[in-house]
Design a protein around this ligand. Structure first.
Ligand code: SF4
Length: 538
């Protein structure tokens, strides 16, 4: 039993002999010290941060980019992203007061840092992957690629497609016509009144109101017409008024006004190795670009890449193979139109490489035509044709040819061997296991970033700034993951070692410079001495 009803805090008026130091605000193993150690270990000038290589100059000095980077890393790790909230936190959050040594940048400074340093933020993200590699946290053999939609700083209503603009123009035309008609009716009604009852001007006050509305509608129509003409002139399909680079993205019936974020994730610790922000709904066309960036980041000779069916593209698979990337992408089933009609599909024909011919289910050969054919997707194909006389007498004819068809035609891509190797790979024993691992690898970062951190939308507009913000999100995901894997002590020790190494290099470079300067000085003194000796005395 105690003599207190509740726990009581300290009196606000209690004076202390020695006030706490800023250093006492955070414990020795507070994760905020990990942020400090990382930022101190990197060369901000090399990464391209603005003002990082600034010397002593006149006027008010700017904030050190290291401090603003620490502020952003702390904020994004702790779900504080807006510049105004970061400004408030820098004044009241003891961890931030410790991290920034009581500096209190304004929200404009904070916001401008994110806008102006988007390239440097991307470079920092890439650099952290390099750090993770040197620490042995990256497997470097298998990566999984996937994309996810993030909302942009734009509403769906602010994005117009050509169809939507055409529909808007048609609707405005109807409204203008309706107002025009009511204006005419109004005029006619006024004209039929006796002179003494008529109002001034055509249609009186009501007519003036309608006239103003028609003018406003005409202006709106001309804006919509101008937007449509602009879209048609530059070949774009959508026009975004708020964020010029955001697009209406649709997948599985769900629409988002924003961006498609592509990531390549290493299978060892699910770290994001490479990422890119695009504004296309489709993932087709992203496989090779993402795999190549990941391969370069990992400096791997050969890389296995796992992706879902949405990435299947023969041209992309060919580009991957050419670059030493072994892609595992499920082959789409297709719509099975021929099977539904009870007819033979491509699967029923086998290719004989020695004879350069396809063998049909009746055992006959389809020979190549002389002229190659370029299809709508730009693929050059060789066409293989059966012989009409043989097909005429074939008992399988009804299951093979279209009702009005006379011979069977099969198109073979000039690099079909790439697809055959890919099909064989997808049927191999290890493909099943790899594809099961794919979703577990690549969906971990998106799940963490979207569900745990709650980052489903971007706060900035335009590709460059959005890419900078995504780099911050990816960097914070990787940072937290590496910190959890290594533990606080090992992480800080690694960063300290990096910092000491950089310091050592700087010291060696400085000593080298000093030696060069001393050498030049010595030569100068020697030549001066010899000149003095030859100087006539008296
Ligand atoms: S119709 Fe012609 S191509 Fe088809 S199975 Fe018969 S012979 Fe072969």
């Amino acid at each position: 039993m105690t003599n207190r009803t509740f726990k009581a805090g300290e009196s606000r008026d209690q004076a202390t002999l020695l006030p706490p130091r800023i250093e006492d605000y955070v414990g020795p193993d507070n994760p905020v010290r990990a942020i400090e150690s990382f930022v101190c270990a990197i060369d901000l000038a090399k990464l391209g941060f603005r003002h990082a290589d600034r010397g002593m100059e006149v006027g008010q000095p700017p904030y050190d980019p290291a401090d603003l980077l620490k502020l952003y890393l702390y904020g994004y790790i702790n779900q504080v992203r807006s510049s105004r909230r970061l400004e408030r936190e820098a004044c009241r959050n003891l961890e931030l007061i410790w991290l920034l040594k009581n500096l209190r940048p304004g929200y404009r400074t904070i916001a401008n840092f994110r806008k102006e340093n988007w390239e440097a933020l991307k470079a920092t993200n890439r650099y952290f992957v390099l750090v993770a590699r040197t620490l042995g946290l990256v497997g470097g053999n298998v990566v999984a690629i996937d994309g996810s939609f993030f909302h942009g700083d734009a509403s769906k209503d602010s994005i117009f497609t050509r169809n939507r603009l055409a529909g808007q123009i048609a609707k405005l035309d109807q409204e203008i016509e309706a107002y025009g008609k009511s204006l005419e009716d109004n005029d006619a009604a006024e004209a039929s009144k006796p002179d003494k009852d008529r109002l001034d001007g055509p249609g009186g006050e009501a007519g003036k109101d309608i006239g103003a509305k028609v003018t406003a509608l005409m202006a709106k129509r001309s804006r919509a017409q101008g937007d449509l003409a602009r879209l048609e002139a530059n070949g774009e399909t959508q026009l975004s008024l708020t964020d010029p680079d955001a697009r209406l993205l649709v997948k599985s019936g769900q629409g988002v006004a924003g961006y498609n974020v592509q990531t390549a994730v290493d299978d060892k610790h699910k770290l994001i190795i490479a990422s890119e922000v695009v504004n296309d709904s489709s993932d087709v066309g992203q496989l090779h670009a993402m795999a190549k960036v990941a391969k370069d980041a990992l400096e791997a000779e050969v890389l296995q890449v796992l992706a879902d069916e949405g990435y299947y593209s023969s041209l992309e698979l060919k580009a991957c193979e050419d670059d030493g990337i072994v892609a595992y992408v499920p082959v789409p089933e297709g719509n099975g139109q021929l099977e539904k009609q009870g007819r033979f599909s491509l699967k029923d024909f086998s290719y004989d490489a020695t004879a350069d011919a396809y063998r049909c289910p009746a055992g006959e050969l389809l020979r190549p035509t002389k002229k190659p054919f370029t299809n709508t997707s730009g693929r050059v194909e060789i066409r293989y044709l059966s012989r009409k006389t043989i097909c005429d007498a074939c008992p399988l004819r009804a299951r093979c040819l279209a009702p009005k068809g006379v011979q069977r035609l099969i198109g073979r891509w000039e690099h079909e061997d790439v697809l055959e190797r890919h099909r064989a790979r997808m049927q191999s024993a290890d493909a099943g296991g790899l594809m099961r691992r794919r979703s577990a690898i690549v969906e971990h970062p998106f799940g963490t970033i979207k569900c745990r951190a709650g980052y489903r939308h971007f706060l900035v507009r335009g590709f460059n700034k959005v890419r900078g913000e995504w780099s911050l999100m990816a960097l914070c995901y990787n940072f937290t993951r590496v910190l959890n894997i290594l533990g606080f002590d090992r992480f800080v020790a690694c960063m300290m070692a990096k910092m000491l190494l950089a310091f050592e290099h700087a010291l060696v470079a400085a000593l080298h410079c000093t030696q060069l300067v001393l050498g030049a000085f010595r030569t100068e003194i020697a030549s001066l001495g010899s000149r003095l000796r030859t100087f006539p005395v008296g």
